[in-house]
Design a protein around this ligand. Sequence first.
Ligand code: SAM
Length: 263
Amino acid sequence: MKIDIVTIFPDFFRGPLEHGIIRRAREAGLATIEVHDLRAFAHDRHKTVDDRPFGGGEGMVLKPEPIFECIEAMGVASREGRSEARQSVILLSAQGKRFDQSVANELAAMERIVLICGRYEGVDERVGQYLADRELSIGDYVLSGGELGAAVIVDCITRLIPGAVGNQASTQQESFTTFSQGQAGDGPSSTCTSGGLLDYPHYTRPADFRGMGVPEVLASGNHEEIRRWRRRTALEKTLRNRPDLLESVVLSEEDKKLLGNSD
Ligand code: SAM
């Protein structure tokens, strides 16, 4: 996968791209990530990329010319040909559609994505209308720039690239993941695939930490009991923290019983 990031702060990405799974995926050649300095496409000696808004009002707006020219120089497919070429040019925007795990799965299947980071009051609307093929928001709040959003998207999709995470099955058992139960593999850990719920609680050694214990069932060696415990606690946590998720999850008869017996 090729990922291009367009920003006025290229150094911002030094941290996010140089650690953990992203660094390893880059080193293994699974992901090629290039950061483009928007100012290199400015037309004046001051490297101006912003201007005052038409109609008046607060702040500055990122100009369209440097952004169009930067994307054109990358040689991405035309807007019409992008989905067939498995490419997407994405504008980060608080006004965009919400980025979530299902959008992440869709993007992880692309060959190339381009992330345009806005700043100031935002980006000239023609970038979203005629250049980008989608606008994405990482949540209902306003950031001062698109860089954090781009870093979130890169992190989230890189770990979905086959081979990026040591144990690929683990990415199918996490919160929000909609694979059906048991699809991810064998054994007690994999039979509790979230199915769109939040993940179940995890514990590791020591079994007794300052008097705080670990649920006995997890040390029982009884795979079926562990599977049921994990499913029940995932259901309980979802009900407690994100009841909205339960609206789109088809609960099995066993799930309903587990939830009913959860107190
Ligand atoms: N005036 C804009 C509005 O009210 O929607 C906010 C502009 S914001 C200060 C500057 C840039 O930060 C945006 O162009 C966008 O690229 C980025 N940004 C802000 N919030 C974001 C969010 N929730 N998701 C993704 N990008 C965001």
